[in-house]
Ligand binder design. Structure first.
Ligand code: AKG
Length: 280
């Protein structure tokens, strides 16, 4: 979706945009707000991310590129948890006003953020990831109904995402609307089904926002360019659906400096812990 100049200037989506975007997520599994972050901020984020990523890859080369390492087996995809520090914790990343409007509308005002990481398609990948949802079933094989949205994943691409540089491929439409047991290990192979289904590439300019139901099927694709393609990835959930174990380490001083909304979003995380170094 294109966001109007008035909405961008006001930092607030109109009620009509919120309604349309919410319905798109409900019906189509995702929405993309095209290019909402300023170029300068995206560049700062990208540059700092690369400063972290490159030494990390060097130091952990054998683990990251180990063929036994699940998704990184020839896909050259890496998930890197981000340190909770600037510039990554800019309020327009962790509590972007447009995202907050969507969270309020779809998950409720008492929501939390419980995941802070990046997904990067690195150059040289040879194959796609398996088609997957980012969640399992909530009730094993026992629930044959589709459940309400529990987790919204928010992605900020830090470069233009093109056909060439490993865009996320998605299966929108109905893959988030299946009975709960379909997200469990006994479900029919998503991989086999997806081959016969309609998919699209999540192409979007740097600084866009993709908001998606964590059940929507997707996969990382190989990056045929020479530059990493990182997406910041955060997960929001209603407070009563947050995972039992917190993962984001936030020093007390950093927490105090956050806006009241960001503090509320992060209140269940590890406040008073030193910033954790990046890890995959
Ligand atoms: O960022 C992407 O291209 C998708 C990555 C992904 O789905 C994953 O690593 O689980």
């Amino acid at each position: 979706m294109k966001i109007s100049a008035e909405e961008l200037t006001a930092g607030k989506l109109s009620p009509e945009t919120v309604e349309l975007a919410a319905n798109l997520i409900q019906v189509n599994g995702h929405v993309i707000f095209e290019k909402v972050l300023p170029d300068e901020l995206v560049k700062t984020l990208f540059d700092r991310y690369i400063e972290i990523l490159e030494p990390y890859l060097e130091e952990h080369h054998d683990e990251v590129y180990n063929p036994k390492n699940g998704f990184n087996d020839g896909t050259n995809h890496i998930r890197l948890y981000l340190p909770f520090e600037k510039p990554f914790i800019d309020e327009s990343i962790i509590a972007h006003p447009f995202v907050m409007q969507m969270i309020d509308r779809l998950l409720g005002e008492d929501s939390v953020m419980h995941y802070f990481a990046t997904n990067t398609s690195l150059p040289g990948g040879q194959k796609c990831q398996p088609v997957h949802a980012d969640t399992g079933s909530m009730f094993g094989t026992r629930c044959a109904m589709n459940l309400p949205i529990s987790n919204l994943i928010v992605n900020f691409p830090l470069v233009d995402t093109t056909e060439d540089n490993g865009p996320m491929e998605i299966w929108p439409g109905g893959t988030h609307l299946l009975p709960d047991y379909w997200y469990g290990p006994k479900a029919y192979s998503k991989e086999k089904l997806a081959e016969h289904m309609h998919s699209i590439k999540g192409l979007m300019p740097a600084g866009s926002i993709m908001i998606r139901d964590d059940r929507m099927w997707h996969r990382g694709t190989p990056n045929r360019s020479g530059t990493p393609r990182p997406n910041i990835a955060m997960i929001y959930a209603p407070a009563d659906r947050a995972p039992m174990h917190a993962t984001i380490q936030i020093p007390e001083e950093t927490y105090k400096q956050l806006s009241p909304r960001a503090q509320r979003l992060l209140r269940k995380e590890k406040i008073g812990h030193p910033v954790a170094p990046p890890k995959h």
